[in-house]
Design a protein around this ligand. Sequence first.
Ligand code: ADP
Ligand code: ADP
Ligand code: ZN
Length: 225
Amino acid sequence: MNGEARRYIILFGAQGSGKGTQARLLQDHFGIPQVATGDLFRYNLKEETELGRLAKAYMERGELVPDEVTNAMVQDRLSRTDAQGGAILDGYPRNLNQARALDDMLAEWGARVTQAIYIEVSEAELLRRLTGRRVCRECQATYHVVFNPPREEGVCDRCGGPLYQRDDDKDEVAIRRRLEIYMQETLPVIEYYRRRGVLTTIDGEAPIDDVNRAIVAAIVDRQGP
Ligand code: ADP
Ligand code: ADP
Ligand code: ZN
C-alpha cells in the first residue's frame, strides 16, 4: 500500500474524554487497529515482560514512561502486519519529543499523520466518567456504570471477560494529578498538529454515537471513506 492511502489518525483528549471508546469504534469502521500505549504497557505489566518491568514504576506514579522506551514500543507495534494500512493512535504522542519521533518513523515509511482529532470535554464531566469507568481484563474494552453499562453487570459485551476498575481511577486526587500532567505535556502537542493544519476539534460531551459520527465525518472529509 502506498503512503498516501494509509491513515494514521491520532486521538487527543484528556483521560476520560472517550479516546479508547472512540478508537474501538473507528477500528471497526476503518479496519485499522487501535494502538493504545496505555493498553500496551498494561499488557506488558501483566505478562511481566522486560518492557513491563521497565514501565512499572512510572505507571504506578502516574508519570510518563521514558520516551525511548515508548517510541520503540510504538515503532514495533506499527511495523506489524495488521497495521500496514495505518492505525488509530490513542495515548501517543503525549509530548513534543514523541510527536517528532512519530513523524520520523512515518516519514521513513513514506507516510505521515493524516489526521489529529481533539476530543474536548469539561473537567467536571471527565471526573464523572473516570470514577465510573470499568475496563475488560481480557480485551480492554471500556464501559461506564451509568453512561455505557454492559448488558450484564461486570461482564464484557464483546468477549465475556470480567470487568474491573483501574487502580488509578479509584482515587480522585490521583485523577486530578493525571489531568494536570496531561494538560501540561500534551496541549503543546495538540498545538503542533493544529499549526500543521491536520487538527479537528470535536465536542466530546455528546452521546458516544454522536461523537463517533462527528469524528468519522471529519476523517472522511479529509481523506475519503
Ligand atoms: P491515562 O488514563 O493515565 O492516560 P493510559 O492508559 O493512557 O492512562 O496510560 C497508563 C500509563 O501508561 C500512563 O500513566 C503512563 O505511565 C503510561 N503511558 C501511556 N502512554 C504513554 C506515552 N505515550 N508515553 C509515556 N507513557 C505512557
Ligand atoms: P479515555 O480513553 O479518553 O481515557 P474512555 O474511552 O476510557 O476514555 O472513556 C472514559 C469513560 O467515559 C468510560 O467509562 C466510557 O464508557 C465513558 N464514555 C466515553 N465516551 C462517553 C460519552 N460520549 N458520553 C458518556 N460517557 C462516555
Ligand atoms: Zn472484553
